[in-house]
Design a protein around this ligand. Structure first.
Ligand code: FAD
Length: 382
């Protein structure tokens, strides 16, 4: 295989993992990342503090040889732990033969992927924000601090710059038949940390994904290794019960006391967190084509951003990398074939998981609390 100079835009989860695959194939890889280096400086908190890592993601992490390290900092979640409005607690296992998913810190995962990338010789240039791409000259313009706009030539570029990808915009604006569909759901989310108990004990069942289903909205919580849980409230932006109506500390406390009574006692600074933590939106992005002339390809959220209700966004992005790796094995230097086959294989899968993820919001926020469903699961789990 001919050694390529590969440019990756974005050192998030997918860009960092992709760079490891590429450098293991012998390519010279440079990643350009908009943020500071999160390993040495405090950076603005990313989306979601912890993530559910499942089989698709695990397969990819195995392939690059980092899975033992990551599972060492992950907490297995063997099922959903439901907290109904009536005060019933029910455990719904993920499978009959001990299947589980893993809660892992986004920060730790990203840091370890960047460490491994550098270990394999990848160069990561931080504070480089992709601004534009010149498709005739094959040059990328970055913004670096004040008025500095370095231009980087490329022969092969992967855009892993996330759901609001600047590279995708440059691709779209200079394409005469680019399909683009962006869809926001009417719920937003807010993270609320549930602290650890004494001696880092877990105040809720440790090995479970907790759900407080309340029909039109829900609270979930995933465990962290320090005994805390990261709770996420998925809640309407507008309407009688919505973020726009919870405008005072008293209103927040009263709402939680009535709706999530078992949570109020374990989050002492609930109202402060509610007003200090941002409310964020949830978007699905479907687009086509992902590639251009055997020299450019969207990957991860830049190609297929999805809502988090299946816990599959990162996992699908990791699977993108694994499949690309297989295609490199099959097609050597033929990047036209590698990229067009990648797109052909992955676009239908990206569309499918996007739709499944939207539908799973209803399952999580409403159906998990359905008395028939609870009963059925109870019988199944006997
Ligand atoms: P990102 O993680 O967004 O990384 C993009 C990188 O590109 C960032 O480092 C960013 O700084 C950089 N960047 C952005 N713009 C530029 C630019 N112009 N120039 C240079 N760099 C740039 N997925 C799961 O699999 N399991 C889960 O449990 C799960 N839970 C989630 C919960 C929530 C609340 C949310 C919102 C998402 C969740 N996801 C989950 C989805 C997951 O977060 C994403 O699918 C994943 O982060 C995508 O990785 P990425 O590298 O493609 O994009």
């Amino acid at each position: 295989m001919k050694k390529q100079e590969v440019v990756i835009i974005g050192a998030g989860l997918v860009g960092s993992l992709l760079s490891i695959y590429m450098s293991k194939k012998g390519h010279a890889v440079t990643i350009y990342e908009r943020r500071n280096d999160m390993r040495t400086e405090t950076v603005e908190a990313g989306r979601s503090i912890n993530l559910a890592l499942s089989d698709r993601g695990i397969k990819a992490l195995k392939e690059v040889g980092i899975i033992d390290d990551i599972l060492g900092i992950a907490i297995p979640m063997h099922g959903r732990y439901i907290h109904t409005a009536e005060g019933i607690h029910a455990f719904q296992p993920y499978g009959k033969t001990g299947e589980f998913i893993n809660s892992v810190s986004r920060y730790e995962l990203n840091c370890r992927l960047m460490d491994l990338a550098e270990h394999h010789g990848v160069s990561i240039k931080f504070n480089h924000k992709c601004e534009d791409i010149d498709w005739q000259k094959n040059e990328i313009t970055f913004h670096v601090g004040q008025d500095e706009l370095p231009v980087v030539p490329f022969s092969l570029c992967f855009a892993a710059d996330g759901a609001f990808s600047a590279a995708r915009l440059a691709h779209m604006l200079h394409h005469n038949k680019f399909d683009y569909n962006q869809y926001y759901i009417d719920c937003g989310y807010k993270e609320l940390s549930i602290p650890a108990g004494e001696n880092n004990s877990f105040l809720l069942e440790k090995n479970a994904l907790h759900i407080w289903p309340r029909k039109d909205y829900m609270l979930i919580a995933l465990p962290n290794t320090d005994g805390s849980f990261t709770g996420t409230l998925f809640f309407p932006f507008e309407g009688p019960l919505s973020f726009e109506r919870l405008t005072t500390k008293e209103a927040v406390t009263s709402f939680f006391k009535t709706t999530f009574p078992d949570v109020v006692d374990i989050i002492p600074d609930l109202a402060d967190q509610f007003f200090n933590n941002p409310t964020s939106s949830l978007v699905t992005v479907k687009c086509f084509p992902w590639i251009r002339d055997g020299k450019f390809c969207l990957i991860g959220d830049a190609a297929h951003a999805i809502v988090p209700f299946f816990g599959q966004g990162m996992n699908a992005g990791f699977e993108d990398c694994s499949i690309l790796n297989t295609l490199m094995d099959l097609h050597g230097d033929d990047w036209e074939t590698i990229l067009s086959t990648f797109q052909k294989l992955r676009k239908p899968d990206g569309d499918a998981i996007a739709d499944l993820a939207v539908n799973n919001f209803v399952e999580m926020r409403a159906k998990t609390a359905d008395p028939n469903f609870l009963l059925q699961k109870k019988i199944e789990s006997k």
